[in-house]
Design a protein around this ligand. Structure first.
Ligand code: SF4
Length: 337
């Protein structure tokens, strides 16, 4: 009986993986797993004989190595996967007390965005669906009412689309975690063909795009993906996504001091969002030791937002929660060897 994880499996698959005599036992185990119970010992409606039989099996493949909490209530977990790879996930708590699980989709990332700590790791590998689901299960132990999921941890979710979609389908199923698709946000640096694929999947999750700048020259510099799929192409697939799913898109705009905060940048941003139903999230950059960018001072942010007001661009300024523990946007990176 070998299994890496029972997460991601249906009750029938659990029964067959564990060679159980009765299918209902697979459902009983499934129901415990959904509650976050990962030890057969605690699955009290299983017979003693079965619990003894399963003693050597672990339903979960990863473990938490470290937990850090900051003053906003954000909790970051460092998780070790079955092959020893490290990943991080974060529980974010907003001012209203809403709890959001921020999940990783890859170990590291290949996209090379110039403002992102994860990029400094390079890509080690994609996560499998069960490894994505298990992050949420670990976070259930620290969050008592997680209602939202965002794929904004380590990695580019759309570069691992199949596994991300299987995880989302598992999260969404009614008899499972039952998380509504409109409460799930997938973030991307702008892989246009993958956005097109998502549009065709009939999976109306929310989309967040790391835009950073609406100037092609700058974007080529700071986000290499733009050299393959420039702004015009990105906008085209976003318009198509919106025509199908009718959902407002979030454009993440990390404010890099002295770089993407000029009046010209504001005008270009206003031009980009024309024909899109989009909300711009302005995120003052979180300084990281290994990168040279700095957080813009208050006056710089003020001047930029004044121009956005003039251009009638809808925006919010989001001071990333979790920044004290390096759990904010673009800040997840592990150096565990
Ligand atoms: S911002 Fe996202 S896509 Fe870009 S390098 Fe970081 S994790 Fe990868």
């Amino acid at each position: 009986m070998t299994t890496k994880s029972l997460y991601g499996l249906s009750p029938a698959e659990i029964a067959s993986t564990l060679s159980l005599e009765r299918e209902y036992q697979g459902r009983q185990i499934f129901e415990w797993l959904i509650k976050g119970v990962t030890s057969f010992e605690e699955m009290t409606n299983l017979s003693k004989a079965l619990r003894k039989e399963l003693k050597e099996v672990s339903p979960i493949s990863s473990k938490v190595l470290e937990e850090q909490t900051d003053s906003t209530g954000a909790v970051k977990l460092l998780i070790e996967l079955h092959d020893g790879s490290p990943i991080e996930c974060v529980l974010l708590v907003d001012k209203e007390g809403r709890q959001t699980a921020c999940l990783s989709s890859q170990v590291g990332c290949a996209m090379g965005c110039g403002f992102c700590r994860t990029a400094t790791m390079g890509l080690r590998r994609n996560l499998e669906a069960f490894e994505i689901i298990e992050q949420y299960v670990h976070l259930l132990r620290v969050g008592d009412n997680i209602t939202h999921l965002v794929f904004m941890g380590m990695g580019e979710p759309l570069a691992n689309l199949d596994e991300v979609v299987s995880a989302i389908t598992y999260f969404h199923q009614e008899e499972g975690f039952n998380i509504g698709l409109r409460r799930i946000t997938v973030s991307t640096c702008g892989i246009a063909p993958a956005i097109e694929k998502l549009t065709k999947l009939n999976l109306p999750v929310r989309l967040a795009v790391s835009l950073i700048t609406a100037n092609d020259e700058q974007r080529n510099e700071v986000m290499p993906i733009n050299r393959s799929f420039p702004l015009k192409e990105l906008k085209r697939v976003l318009i198509d996504y919106q025509a199908v799913y009718k959902k407002r898109i979030t454009l993440e705009y990390v404010l890099l001091s002295g770089y993407n905060t000029t009046q010209e940048n504001a005008k270009e941003l206003s031009e980009f969002i024309r024909d899109l139903d989009a909300m711009v999230n302005l995120i003052p950059y979180n300084e990281a030791a290994e990168l040279h960018w700095t957080t813009p001072p208050h006056q710089e942010i003020e001047a930029f937002t004044q121009e956005l007001d003039k251009q009638k661009v809808p925006y919010t300024v989001r001071y990333s929660r979790g920044r004290e523990i390096d759990g904010a946007c673009g800040q997840l990176a592990t150096n565990l060897e």
